[in-house]
Design a protein. Sequence first.
Length: 362
Amino acid sequence: MSFKCGIIGLPNVGKSTLFNTLTKGNSVVANFPFCTIKPNIGIVSVPDTRIDELSKIINPKKIIRACIEFVDIAGLVKGASKGEGLGNQFLNTIRESDTIAHVVRCFKDRNITHIYNQINPEKDVSIINNELILSDFETCNKAIFQLKKNIKINNQDKEKILITLKKCMDCLNNFKMIKNIFLDDNEKKLISHFRFLTLKPTMYIANIDDSQESLIFLNSLKEIAKKENSKVIPISALLELDLSKMDNLDQKEFMKEFNIKQLGLNNIIIQGYQLLNLITFFTAGKKEIHAWSIPNGSTSLQAADKIHSDFKKGFIRSQIIKFSDFLKYKNEVKIRELGKFKTEGKDYLVQDGDIIHFLFNV
């Protein structure tokens, strides 16, 4: 199972430039709407210093980092929910994503056209979010109709789904996103197969430059995000694309000279990981150190299945070393002697940073 983050926004806001930066790839970047007709897909490694620290101790032959899949989706326009600008195709691609990175243009440039001829983050965000709401309205309306049509007497499961959908419909009727109302974990699970767009966790990516106007646009976007309890990550997509093409030494020197503390790109990857509510566990040995992504709250059995179905099928037990203990003692024998080497069953809840060895028999 891969975890997907869909990159969305109006045309010409910097989505493909951001995608190229994230993946150091070669998706097409051009100054006209719908340049990206088919979505570009890139697998991106998650920055994690822990795997580097483990590597210094173990010195493995191979390192495999945790990853997220980023999908560069073509620019949406007003009317997308009715099929404008191939809208239905693009909305379906967003629906398949687990989380959303919404790129908003926060800079002026005469050489880069704006589809509505005005730089206005509030308006731009509203256009996109309204299309997501309208799309969800149609999905929710159809689902309610079908449930009412097919529901049988005393079918409690379908009744619960119907009640939850009506709750969502009341929200959408008021042009609000579903994530703005309270749904408990059970309600979210009941409607998860509908993959509502406005229920997906979202971060805003502010594509900025170094002008004072850009700062004003950024602050405007932050006010919007604050109301939604979302995060804003400022990034100069073109600058970071140039940085991504430099070798490590040149990149460090450039960042030092211009007082760039860290790459905004890394913040996007890490925030995407957090929005997906993922944690990392490690398998470690001389052959390789491998970082594995799993949803927070996963059990040993589910973690074993992430590696291979045989691990789950023949699961016996898991042996756990805490990352902090391994870093401190640097020796498995010592960790065992100190009683910090734990043996757990299939129901153990994996913790972020656990180093796990699975015992299985098939």
